[in-house]
Design a protein around this ligand. Structure first.
Ligand code: NAP
Length: 448
């Protein structure tokens, strides 16, 4: 028996026209990766490393909601794992059900999100199936990628830099019906054109990390890097770090890339990055056994940066947080900036403030990207100036395993997830451009 979802998949793969897609019936239940409210205490008392996404993430059917006038139904061909997939699945630093409850109280449409399940995922590439009555710029049949800045544009605070909106949220993390599913609910102002030269899984991995790094490195809302600057990039082959390195190089800067294995050093060298520090081989102990920071280790690190780059960094691209922030504040150049968007290793931060104020450094917070920034970051991918960092592909059924690998720093770049796409390699509409850029597009896969 052909189900509604099989018919949708077949129609998309056969390139059915928009009116044909719009006429297809939608299923009542849709397959998605979700966590359950009644399991949010399942890891209570366990250390972070022991909390296993493979036990908390379930791939099962959930009731698919009606769309609001400013939303579309997306046939998700592929999605990706982000670190927020890990946070949701280990219920840290908070279970995400509180976010859904708050959204549920905002409006009639918001109430749909407050469910005993949370369908996760903050990236997607796919095809528009239905549009709400207020959607102007998109239609059924459009091939799109999705950025995750989810906001209420009726709020005045959303009208300048929309990341400053008081009710700004991350789609699929602070809202329900995210991208790790066969169908998803997406606001029209999250949509961007799919890069024609990429497969579904290559197109799906970029938006969250690429846009975040764009804002942190390129945008005046971030560090606004200029030509000739040196940028220390922590986790330089990770999700956001690998896009940061590309923006630094594109903008005429020099990345000083920090990683933790020889394999990752080789990958960066293959990207054309020479100034690389293997933090594991160097054995930095910024925190000693008593849990106190050791400034002599910051100095040893700073000396190494000068050795490989010939200068102190103008900008430090920070996200590991507690384990590295003391060193990051110390090594930044006089007048330089430490720009941070995360704290993977812990958010209670300690650094020596004397180095910040006496040397006139700036510590700046940064979070995802507004629509304009996400659009520009996507345009860089569409034009082949920034490349996907896809290293491995999983099926939707294996989202728990993929999140486990990200949780334990076992991956490079991005992990893609096939949703409706039955296999890898589909969705390319500009074969000539793909052929030309193939070595860059497949770099992370070759090093996986
Ligand atoms: P990722 O793919 O896991 O990469 C992180 C990299 O950081 C790893 O490859 C690792 O590289 C390095 N790292 C991990 N722990 C470290 C430590 N203790 N000290 C030094 N380096 C360490 O994750 P991601 O996608 O890049 O995300 C990184 C963080 O940013 C996460 O916390 C995520 O939630 C956050 N984030 C925030 C936003 C936002 O909008 N605010 C957006 C995206 C991501 P090596 O081991 O090779 O050094």
């Amino acid at each position: 028996m052909t189900t509604e979802i099989d018919a949708i998949r077949t129609a998309v793969l056969e390139g059915a026209p928009g009116d044909g897609l719009a006429a297809l019936p939608l299923p009542e239940g849709v397959r998605g990766a979700l966590v359950r409210a009644d399991e949010q205490e399942m890891f209570a008392g366990m250390a972070s490393e022991e909390k296993d996404p493979r036990t908390s993430v379930h791939v099962e059917e959930f009731p698919f909601p009606e769309i609001a006038p400013d939303e579309v139904v997306l046939a998700v061909m592929a999605s990706s794992i982000n670190f927020n997939t890990v946070w949701t699945s280990i219920f840290e630093p908070l279970p995400t059900f509180g976010f859904l409850k708050r959204l549920g109280k905002e409006s009639v449409w918001g109430a749909r999100h407050d469910q005993p399940f949370h369908v996760i995922g903050s990236d997607a590439a796919g095809v528009v199936l239905r549009v709400g009555s207020a959607v102007r710029n998109w239609k059924p049949g459009d091939n799109v990628t999705v950025h995750c800045n989810y906001l209420d544009d009726q709020d005045p605070s959303a009208h300048d830099d929309s990341m400053m909106a008081t009710n700004q949220r991350i789609w699929g993390f602070e809202s329900n019906f995210g991208g790790l599913a066969d169908l998803s609910v997406v606001k029209a102002n999250q949509l961007m054109p799919k890069p024609a030269h990429l497969t579904w899984e290559e197109a799906a991995v970029n938006a969250l990390c690429n846009s975040t790094s764009y804002r942190m490195i390129v945008s005046p809302n971030g560090s606004h890097m200029t030509q000739g600057q040196t940028v220390l990039v922590w986790g330089a082959t990770g999700g956001i770090g690998a896009y940061a390195c590309q923006y630094v190089r594109n903008g005429g800067g020099t990345p000083v890339a920090v990683v933790s294995s020889e394999k990752r050093v080789a990958l960066l060298n293959d990207m054309g990055i020479e100034a690389v520090i293997d933090r594991r081989a160097e054995g930095y102990n910024f925190w000693n056994a008593e849990g106190v920071q050791d400034p002599s280790e910051w100095k040893r690190f700073g000396k190494k940066i000068r050795e490989v780059a010939g200068t102190d960094p103008d900008i430090v691209f920070e996200h590991p947080g507690r384990s590295t922030m003391g060193a990051s504040v110390f090594v930044a150049k006089r007048g330089g900036m430490i720009i941070t968007c995360a704290a993977t290793s812990g958010f209670m931060i300690e650094y020596d403030n004397r180095y910040l104020w006496m040397n006139l450094k700036t510590l700046k917070g940064c979070h995802f990207a507004n629509y304009r920034e996400a659009w520009e970051a996507n345009r860089a991918v569409c034009e082949g100036r920034v490349h996907p960092t896809l290293s491995k592909v999983f099926t939707l059924a294996d989202v728990g395993e993929a999140a486990y690998q990200v949780h334990h720093n076992m991956h490079e770049g991005k992990l893609g997830v096939l949703c409706l796409a039955p296999e890898e390699g589909l969705g390319v509409t500009d074969g000539e451009m793909r052929e030309r850029l193939l070595p860059e597009i497949t770099l992370f896969r070759r090093h996986a």
